[in-house]
Design a protein around this ligand. Structure first.
Ligand code: HQG
Length: 174
């Protein structure tokens, strides 16, 4: 079995389109583990391996593994009980060259997701940016944003999230 392909499908189900396999997410983003296995036609052992080996730790089970959810990245409106935290002075955002003009004018907006995703280091931002073509990297003046009242969250797998980043807090570094 192609685990990576299965993992991509799992992320589609748990973040965006649970209806694809006829399931629903509860208000905290949880799906019934048995229903996910049945809908995806995979064994529990495969699901456990995906959760354990995922390179970005995208998924979590509840304590008795009867429920599973994505840790972040949703477009469907769920509350995954993100931890509100004080951000470091600087965070990073990697994007594609084609978006830079609009971002410079408008700032960062969540588009189809619930939050703008920010990275804690430049390397991670470059990897995120490469998903969209030639990467462009921004630093985010998250320290000033925080002092100005913007709220930041960190998902359990270490992604930084905020609702928007106005252009005045952004600097292009490459
Ligand atoms: C861009 C992956 C034009 C934004 C990654 C981004 C991440 C604008 C794109 C996670 C804009 C949305 C999220 C504006 C933002 N005008 N473009 N005003 N504001 N954009 O995929 O941040 O592998 O929804 O820069 O690692 O690339 O899926 O967001 O390029 O953590 O787990 O609009 O997805 O994780 O693209 O990636 P995305 P993202 P996974």
């Amino acid at each position: 079995m192609d685990l990576e392909k299965t993992s991509k499908f799992l992320s589609l189900i748990l973040r965006h389109k649970p209806q694809e396999i006829g399931i629903t997410l509860d208000e905290h983003g949880w799906a019934d583990t048995d229903a996910v296995c049945r809908g995806m036609e995979i064994d529990m052992s495969v699901l456990e391996e995906i959760v354990r080996t995922d390179n970005k730790l995208r998924y979590s089970f509840n304590e008795d593994k009867t429920l599973i959810r994505a840790n972040q990245g949703h477009s469907v409106p769920v509350d995954v009980e993100l931890e509100q935290v004080v951000p470091p002075e600087i965070l990073w955002h990697g994007t594609g060259e084609k978006f830079a003009e609009s971002i410079n004018a408008q700032g960062l907006i969540p588009k189809s997701r619930l939050y703008v995703h920010l990275s804690g280091d430049r390397d991670t931002a470059e990897n995120v940016g490469r998903r969209h073509g030639r990467p462009v990297i921004y630093t985010v003046n998250s320290g000033d944003m925080h002092r100005d009242g913007y709220v930041f969250f960190r998902s359990v797998n270490g992604v930084w999230l905020t609702k928007e980043v106005p252009a005045k807090y952004l600097t292009i570094v490459s």
